[in-house]
Design a protein around this ligand. Sequence first.
Ligand code: ADP
Length: 559
Amino acid sequence: MKKRLFLYTTLIIFAGLLSFFAVSVFVTNTNNINLAKDTVTETARILSNLYHGDTDMAAFVKTGGDTRITVIALDGTVLADTWPLDMATLENHLNRPEIQAAAAGSPAAYVRRSDSLGVDFIYYALKADSGGSFVYIRAAIPVAKIDAYLLGSLPLLVLVILAVGVLCFFLTRGMVNRITRPFESIEQKLRSLSRGDYSPGPIAGSFWEIEEIIRDIDEVAQVLQSSFRDLRDEKNKLDYILENIGDGLVVLNEYRDIALINSAALATFGAAPSITGKNLNYLTFDKALAGAVDDCVTNDKDVLSELKLNGRIFFTAVRRLPDTKLTMVVLSDVTDSRENAKRREEFFANASHELKTPLTAIKGFGELAAIHNRDEKMDKYLGGITRETDRMLTLIGDMLKLSELENTQSIHPVSVSLAKVVAEAREALSTAIGEKSVTFEAAGDALVRAEPAHIYELVKNLIENAVRYNEPGGTVSVAIQSDRDGTYLFVSDDGIGISPEEQTRIFERYYRVEKSRSQRSGGTGLGLSIVKHICALYGWDLSLRSRLGVGTEVIVTFP
Ligand code: ADP
């Protein structure tokens, strides 16, 4: 910048000086020629006044000093000339423009080349009285004489211009230094800003306007430095967290290239940090994960899936990072928790199974005792034993069903008529329906593909709830409908209803809105959990609409 600024300024000054020189020469030359014109005009005028018929021409033409004088007869013959010319050989001068102008009565000065002498002259001619006749008196100054004046003044002009040039050179250098010096130091300061060791301070020795700008830059740089520091701290914190969380984290850009990967993810895939920047394929060929990433990017939604790698199970969550083109994959190792849950379920299933046998025996003995009992007081206690063992057996039955559903690895569906299943469930629940004196309505039919035991369990649980949580004399209606999207099963009642807060919780295990009522009517708190598990197993949609005191409707959609 410094060199360029200096060069440009010097060039401008040089061009200015050259222009000044050219204009000076031109103006001086024009002035000189004008002066010379005045001189020849004046000389011609004086001499034409002095001329008369007896004038000695040879002496007369010498009176002009440096000015050449020519006397020309009216017919154009040259009579005498200051310069020693051969008059006999001289051509006629009538056609000379200055002579013609004088003849026409409007004399004027002319700059032209002399045909007789071959040099440039400034000519001026006048008509002079020669005692009865006229002659032309012509005065002329050679242009070379004027040029000589000009050349004489040139050295001084060149000297002045050179002096001004040298002065400008030093002034420009000083000025360029004053302008560029602060920029050089601000450049160093900004470089130190990028290294993070920016030290603010005034930069003096320049123009005050530049110093002002630099002060502003200084302020902005300080703010930037502190922001950089904060950002660096935040980044360090983030890096520390990312490196120390147990979960693997991979961030992909729009081309599925790895933008960021933490050490947990590197360890999971057995990759080196140099994998950053490479495509996801370099990390894993797992189709499910690649599909989850595609699904997440294409449909802009979170996608959850599982990844089995080296004998371990990872729960993967694929998410878009808001307002960016980045996608984040979080891998959580769930192998241990899965195994624990499996062990728990196995224990649970075994324990329930083991409890079932003695409970059945207790129930049998209680019933036997009731048959042989003769003591009326004992009837009440024996009835209690039978009721409670029944409840326990129902509970254990539900627990076993749930455990079985959780451990189901594969299903073998067949076509099942929903209306038939509804009829079977109604049959099984006829006692409860009768006891509660509810009206039961069923309409429609459709075939769905499921294992018969599963669909029966689902329908029975929903109808059982509709009866159980109904008011005496209420109505339970089951409707089966189909459209091009699928088949719908509606189980509705006009019973007690469920408050909005409870609606989200009733699908949890053992959750009951009104414990005592549910317990009294034989509820275990597991019915809807079983329904939910069956729906999840087949990919059916389960939804609920309910209003407290008005009724409840459960809808199962079979796509
Ligand atoms: P339970 O065996 O106690 O009926 P569920 O899992 O089937 O357990 O239902 C959970 C709870 O949801 C019930 O205790 C009951 O409070 C509520 N509930 C379920 N179905 C209905 C319904 N149709 N009307 C009102 N409340 C219901």
